[in-house]
Ligand binder design. Structure first.
Ligand SMILES: [Zn+2]
Length: 207
């Protein structure tokens, strides 16, 4: 894996999230599994819209930095490391606060109704994890039981978490998640939608 390419991609995806208004101030964080028990993570206290490759940090599976830096790893690094522990297939993790998905998280409502074909195929049902205080071990503990079976999870009263085989696909899932949340909101304005049948949903999942 070309580490420099991964660093540039992480900065680019931060810019996209910030431009979309899915992270305010210093919110949000990403990570990439590098192999050999190492992970590339975003720093704390920095706008993700203006990351530069030198700000990014490499940590081990305990979240310890592998070389000195004036930056420190995001306080949500343990949330990312929990994803990698639970899911050996996951290579990238994205955490942000996109407004529509976060509104569902604040209402403790998952996006589990199969309304949208694309969401059924690329996200599956999106549950809402119980509340866990940000920046503490409570947050990974609350979300971890859902990680094995879901690529996208809402975090109660907080935001959203997506996983993928690499960082770009984790980011795409965040796009699909927020788009799906916006559509679910509009469907509610219309008085409710007509969900896909179990057969229709299962055909989309390839089963
Ligand atoms: Zn957050």
């Amino acid at each position: 894996m070309d580490y420099e390419t991964q660093r540039r991609l992480m900065c680019e995806l931060g810019r996209r999230l910030w431009e979309r208004g899915w992270v305010a101030a210093n919110d949000g964080n990403f990570s990439r599994r590098l192999g050999e028990g190492l992970f590339l993570v975003t720093p704390a206290g920095v706008s993700k819209g203006f990351l530069t490759t030198d700000m990014l940090l490499v940590v081990d599976s305990q979240g310890r930095m592998t070389s000195p830096s004036s930056y420190r790893p995001s306080s949500e690094t343990p949330l990312h490391l929990a994803c990698y522990r639970v899911r050996p297939d996951v290579g990238g993790v994205c955490h942000a606060h996109p407004p529509a998905a976060t509104a569902f998280a604040c209402a403790h409502m998952g996006l589990e109704e199969p309304l949208l074909g694309e969401a059924v195929m690329s996200l599956g049902p999106v549950p809402c994890a119980p509340y866990g205080r940000t920046g503490t071990a409570e947050l990974p503990a609350a979300a971890a039981p859902l990680m094995a079976d879901h690529d996208a999870i809402l975090l109660a009263n907080h935001g959203a978490l997506t996983m993928g085989p690499d960082l770009e696909r984790a980011y795409w899932r965040m796009e699909t998640l927020e788009h799906t949340a916006q559509i679910h909101l509009n469907v509610r304005l219309l008085g409710g939608g007509v969900p896909l049948t179990q057969e229709q949903a299962s055909a989309l999942r390839g089963g």
